[in-house]
Design a protein around this ligand. Structure first.
Ligand SMILES: *Cc1c(COP(=O)(O)O)cnc(C)c1O
Length: 817
């Protein structure tokens, strides 16, 4: 077993302190993922958005006793952490990579490295499934393919593994050089050359050349030689290759692929023989991914019948883990991605991040981990369950049932139908239920049993994108500047409790809502962050105190009403809104004398912050006015602070202000629309990621004759014969009626289809002439390819309105990739 002393030999670096032999078992880079303090080494990494060194005190208090920190940390580490072993290195991320490369070098087994623009994760998952009969495979969990993800993936290598499959993704030159020595692939797969992540590269050729660096030492590289740039680059570097192609001579020549029902028949020529096989998919991307796998299996000399047998059992890879509301106030984490230990750990981490939602239940099938003896495997599962504080386990499957003695408060069923037969909804109330099952167990049936009825329209919220946007704004903040996030109006339509929970996890400093009820709902969902309420009415002051919410106070009358409700010996925090030109709410200088008088009479009231709001931060024409507002706010806030004689948080910038006036962050900023993916000044839109996708389904397809009309008031007139699709969204769902009659478009099967006729209450019709559409297809109302900014412009409004209009009857589904 690796010890801390040996770690020093590998990483070089300076030993600040070596306390006692520390085993190096778990590599920790995210303080929130701590589960086993003994044996964990925390690598404090200076990230783009966050600094791991901030979490040393917390981790030390939680029992971590081994740290790798960066030089330049000036604090007296020995005094602060007397019992910890500490190593100081120039760059902690590099050190982590170095350690992983060292670990990799201990194993002399074949390792497949996968890179390319798309399909990396799917090819990895499929190959691992296809080879599981012959090999003990270790692979990247999910799409852990980054500078940080790759070392953590490779760290999983254990002596009993016989094959490694790891993916590598890069977004700029220079990155692959770091990943190559960590993976040290002996075999390569280059999936394809697309346009994803082109931003970081000067040209596609450069991107290809950079990615090829992963394969500098491989014995064989698999790729499709129809990608001309790739073909050229591989030949130039004379890497030994196994090629497949639909157009030219190659090791594997694809004569034809034809769709037959739900399958694709592939006719190919290999070693002079023409053969045929069926792939259980029909879409282009899956066919390409499957052909890579076929090439690999042919090269391994598997008999044709065996290859067909294994291909038949391939399933689509569920790329994401979904969170949704379920019966009786339960919350479901649906993860049917795969069911090995690494995947289980990730899902349990996510569940553990929702402690406030109530009891945690895990519904788990047999774990399909090929690398461990059964007993050892379920001991590990039991340990994971325990460190993640899961209160109840429901095991489904013959194997897991054999090990029921390892679990407490657990029930076991031999199969999914058995469980469903015994299923009683009343047994589940206000809990977070993680459903994690291997494919063959068909846990989607369990998910269905737990789910509430879904009306065909959903708003999907991409939590990864939300975090990306949060971090983007955070990267603009000076150290020490606090971040308040506006989650008013149901978090701009996205779902308050879920978003607030994520913000709490990602350590926002403050939340703000418009009304007391919104704040109460957050508290009832376990949100403990300070919450400011912007428009509390006097009749809600009692509730404010009950739920520890902090009111915005904007007028003398309101302040009078508030202080008349105070109870002695209690402390109250308030936020003073100052009017500097918006002329909506707020105190003006003329109010100050009375304001100070009231505050002096009520010392139990503490002014937590003073703030004002910019009226035109989104538009450059108002820059002078914004500057005036900032100047007058600074003066007014200083006057207040002087009279109060204690420090008050001052803030004025909204999302647009953060981008436009970074020098006026003061003590805190208030992030709103930017979090949800809309950059209000328009100048940095590219840096944000769209967060929400509103989708619905096609209910019916119709053929309309020339001259006939569509919808109410006969507004949609068919100028020629048309095909229309009726989709299940109307103005009652928040789809604006101004989109009627060709103003709006929706995306169906990748094509833009204009509205025809007026938007109805629950439905509307679109012109799908020439587009392949059938009932049940998905129609996207807005999303990454049809942006809120564009839609808002079409009907003369702003993205804020479109987002917050999405009716609460539309179900919100949250997912992470
Ligand atoms: C809504 C709101 C914000 C956030 O505005 P965005 O333009 O969405 O960033 C900030 N401050 C106050 C007072 C608000 O009401």
């Amino acid at each position: 077993m690796l010890g801390f002393q040996q770690l020093q030999n590998i990483l070089k670096g300076k030993v600040v302190q070596l306390v006692q032999p520390q085993p190096v078992l778990h590599l920790l880079t995210d303080s929130r993922k701590l589960s086993q303090p003994a044996g964990s080494v925390f690598f404090a990494i200076h990230g783009k958005y966050n600094d791991g060194h901030k979490y040393l005190p917390q981790l030390y208090a939680q029992g971590v006793r081994a740290f790798v920190v960066e030089q330049g940390e000036q604090v007296a580490l020995q005094q602060l952490y007397p019992e910890a072993s500490i190593l100081q290195v120039p760059d902690s991320l590099k050190a982590l990579q170095q350690l992983a490369a060292w670990h990799r070098a201990q194993f002399n087994i074949p390792v497949i490295g996968i890179t390319g623009s798309n399909g990396k994760t799917i090819v990895k998952e499929w190959l691992s499934a296809l080879l599981s009969a012959d090999e003990l495979v270790v692979k990247s969990p999910r799409s852990y393919n980054s500078q940080l993800g790759v070392p953590l993936s490779v760290w999983q290598l254990q002596p009993n593994h016989t094959l490694g499959i790891f993916e590598a993704g890069i977004s700029q030159p220079g990155e692959m050089e770091q990943l190559q020595p960590i993976i040290q692939p002996t075999i390569g797969i280059f999936t394809n050359v697309g346009s994803a992540h082109d931003e970081g590269f000067a040209s596609t050729a450069q991107k290809v050349a950079e990615k090829l660096k992963l394969f500098s030492g491989v014995e064989l590289l698999f790729y499709c030689s129809d990608y001309a740039l790739l073909q050229e680059a591989v030949q130039q570097q004379s890497i030994k290759a196994f090629t497949w192609s639909r157009k030219q001579t190659a090791d594997l020549f694809i004569n034809a692929t034809t769709t037959a029902g739900h399958k694709t028949i592939v006719v190919y020529t290999y070693q002079g023989q023409k053969q045929r096989l069926a792939i259980p998919f029909t879409d282009e991307a899956s066919i390409e991914n499957a052909l890579h796998c076929l090439a690999f299996l042919l090269w391994r000399c598997l008999p044709l019948s065996e290859i067909q047998d294994r291909l038949d059992r391939l399933h689509p890879v569920a790329m994401r883990l979904e969170m949704k509301e379920a019966i009786n106030g339960c919350y479901l984490i649906d993860d049917t991605y795969n069911n090995d230990l690494a995947g289980l750990t990730i899902a349990l981490d996510l569940q553990a991040s929702q402690p406030q939602r109530g009891q945690h239940t895990l519904i788990l099938s047999d774990v399909l981990e090929t690398g461990l003896a059964e007993e050892e495997l379920y001991l590990k599962v039991a340990e994971l369950v325990q460190v993640h504080k899961v209160q109840r386990v429901i095991g489904i499957g013959r194997t897991i049932s054999k090990y029921k003695h390892l679990f407490t408060n657990a029930a076991f069923y031999t199969s999914t139908p058995d469980f469903l037969k015994a299923f009683n909804p009343a047994d589940y109330r206000n809990e977070v239920i993680l459903v994690k099952g291997a494919r063959v167990f068909e846990f989607e049936k369990i998910v269905q049993a737990f789910q509430q009825k879904v009306h065909g329209t959903v708003l999907e919220v991409n939590l990864d994108s939300l975090v990306h946007n949060l971090n983007y704004y955070r990267s603009k903040l000076a150290p020490g500047t606090k971040l308040m996030v506006m989650v008013k109006a149901f978090a701009y339509g996205s779902g308050s409790a879920e978003i607030a929970n994520l913000l709490q996890f990602h350590r926002a400093d403050y939340l703000a809502v418009a009304y007391v009820d919104e704040g109460v709902a957050l508290r009832e969902n376990g949100i403990t962050l300070p919450i400011m309420v912007m428009n509390p009415s006097p009749d809600s002051f009692v509730k404010l105190r009950q739920y520890n919410l902090e009111p915005e106070i904007y007028s003398l009358e309101q302040l009078q009403a508030f202080v008349s409700m105070l109870e002695p010996h209690m402390k109250y925090k308030i936020h003073l809104k100052l009017d500097t030109g918006m002329h909506r709410l707020g105190f003006v200088v003329e109010d100050f004398e009375l304001l100070f008088e009231i505050l002096e009479q009520h010392p139990q009231v503490q002014v937590a912050s003073t703030f004002s709001h910019l009226a035109g931060a989104d538009e450059a024409v108002h820059n002078d006015f914004s500057q005036l507002q900032i100047a007058s706010f600074t003066r007014m806030a200083a006057a207040i602070e002087e009279r109060l004689t204690y420090k008050v948080i001052k803030h004025i910038l909204n999302s647009a202000g953060i981008v436009r006036f970074p020098e006026h962050q003061l003590d805190m900023v208030r992030l709103g629309i930017g979090l949800y993916g809309v950059e209000a000044t328009g100048s940095e839109q590219e840096a944000l990621r769209p967060v929400s996708t509103l989708k619905t389904t096609v209910s019916q397809v119709k053929h309309i004759k020339q001259g006939e009309t569509v919808g109410y008031s006969r507004k949609g007139i068919a100028s020629t014969d048309r095909t229309t699709a009726t989709i299940a969204i109307g103005y009652a769902d928040g789809y604006d009626r101004r989109f009627s009659n060709g103003v709006g478009q929706v995306l169906i099967n990748g094509q833009r289809c204009p509205l025809i006729g007026n938007v109805c209450m629950d439905m509307c019709m679109v012109d799908v002439t020439g587009v392949e559409v059938k009932a049940g297809d998905t129609a996207i109302i807005f999303g990454p390819q049809l942006t809120l900014v564009e839609l808002a412009k079409n009907i003369g409004t702003i993205p804020y309105e479109l987002l917050t209009n999405v009716s609460t009857r539309v179900k919100r589904v949250f997912y992470a990739e």
